[in-house]
Design a protein around this ligand. Structure first.
Ligand code: ADE
Length: 225
């Protein structure tokens, strides 16, 4: 899989992608993550990529020309399955969307800034608009990191334990059950006996019951049809 991210703050993303699972996923050849500095695609001598909003009002708007130039240069090399714009007014990200996107070959993610992008970018280029929640960030970069991370950890081989992404919260619309590790007792608080019993089938049943109870208590909306 290949993910191209377009941003005016490339350093912010470079540092996130240079660590932990995302770094391993790139080194292992599971994903190619390429960050593009939008300022490299402006013809402005001050490398500006934004301008005042027509009609007035506070806040700058990202211009279409540098974004169009960047996207078209990428499209000249390969076909993209989706061109995603990170924006608080997009569809709210969930595990289903993440699963579907993890099956794609080539994605572009555009990070918004300031008051957002000129509406014509959305009309002409964007195929999917994604929000990571009902709050406004100062830019789409953190949202792009969240989306990329959620996708990449699903790619077969990226996680050490192949089954571990399948048992995450939200796969099956259930929250994950509680987990424990050593010591078996901490200041009088014991790990549930069943987990120490060695009975695999009974442990599976217990985990399912716990996941169901936790989902009913915390996120009953996930159980609605
Ligand atoms: N950009 C700013 N806020 C955002 C959000 N909540 N989701 C996605 N992109 C954003």
């Amino acid at each position: 899989m290949r993910i191209d991210i377009i941003t005016c703050l490339p350093k912010l993303l470079d540092s996130f992608f240079a660590h932990s699972i995302l770094q391993r996923a790139q080194q292992g050849g599971y994903v190619e993550l390429i960050v593009h500095d939008l300022r490299d695609f402006t013809l402005d001598k001050h490398r500006r990529v934004d301008d005042y909003a027509f009609g007035g009002g506070a806040g700058m708007v990202m211009q279409i020309e540098p974004i169009a130039r960047c996207i078209r240069s990428l499209q000249a090399e390969r076909t993209y399955d989706e061109i995603i714009y990170m924006t608080p007014d997009g569809e709210r990200l969930n595990q289903k969307t993440t699963n579907l996107l993890s099956l794609r070959q080539n994605l572009i993610i555009l990070c918004g800034h300031y008051k957002g992008v000129d509406e014509r970018v959305r009309e002409l280029f964007i195929t999917k608009e994604i929000s990571i929640g009902d709050y406004v960030l100062s830019g789409g970069e953190l949202a792009a990191c969240v989306l990329s991370d959620a996708i990449i950890r699903l790619l077969p081989g990226v996680l050490n334990d192949e089954t571990s992404a399948l048992t995450d919260s939200f796969q099956d619309n259930l929250l994950a059950p509680p987990v424990y590790t050593r010591p078996a007792e901490y200041e009088g608080h014991r790990v549930p006996d069943i987990l120490l019993s060695g009975h695999e089938a009974k442990i599976d049943d217990w985990r399912y019951e716990q996941a169901m109870a936790r989902t009913k208590a915390r996120r009953p909306d996930l159980l609605e049809p």
